[in-house]
Design a protein around this ligand. Sequence first.
Ligand code: ZN
Length: 201
Amino acid sequence: MNSKMTVLALACVLALSACSDNSSSSTAPGATPSTTASAPMEAPAPAASTPAASPAAPPAATPATNEKPTAVVTDCATEIEGSDAMQYNVSSIVVPASCKDFKITLKHTGTMPVSAMGHDVVITEASDMKAVEADGATAGATDGYVKPDDSRVIAHTKLIGGGETTSVSFPVSKIQGDGPYEFFCSFPGHAALMHGSISVQ
Ligand code: ZN
């Protein structure tokens, strides 16, 4: 904002000085060849006034690589992100064994509505993931694509859309069995890209 104002003010000053220069040079009476040299000053560049504002740029494309970092864990909690590109920002969560409960916060960094790009975090044993996902799709949007009272679901957040945040806490003991355990998005079709491992160490 401020820089834009400054540019405008500068443009005005340039325009004014250009006008006064023109008027003074136009009042020059005789066509004496010697005065011609003083007339042209450096011309104000009109190109500088082109607005820098561009329409909402799409978010930078996510790298093609599937390798994502491990979630950052602080105080027995982590925050992970889901995007309009149907991606989590992490591929694994490592829960410290010293934690009694663990909290996962999911932040949807996109702008698409929950009906088109809904995300959640569902935790199951890896071997249950596909079946839980399928039953969730059958359960439908009103249940957030998680079958109600599904005993295979260890924990899950609600389904959210762009700009929303949700979280879930669960006892760490629930993922200290044989495993392995996975977290994934139960929105139909998303788990293929949106899943990762969750373990206790
Ligand atoms: Zn999703």
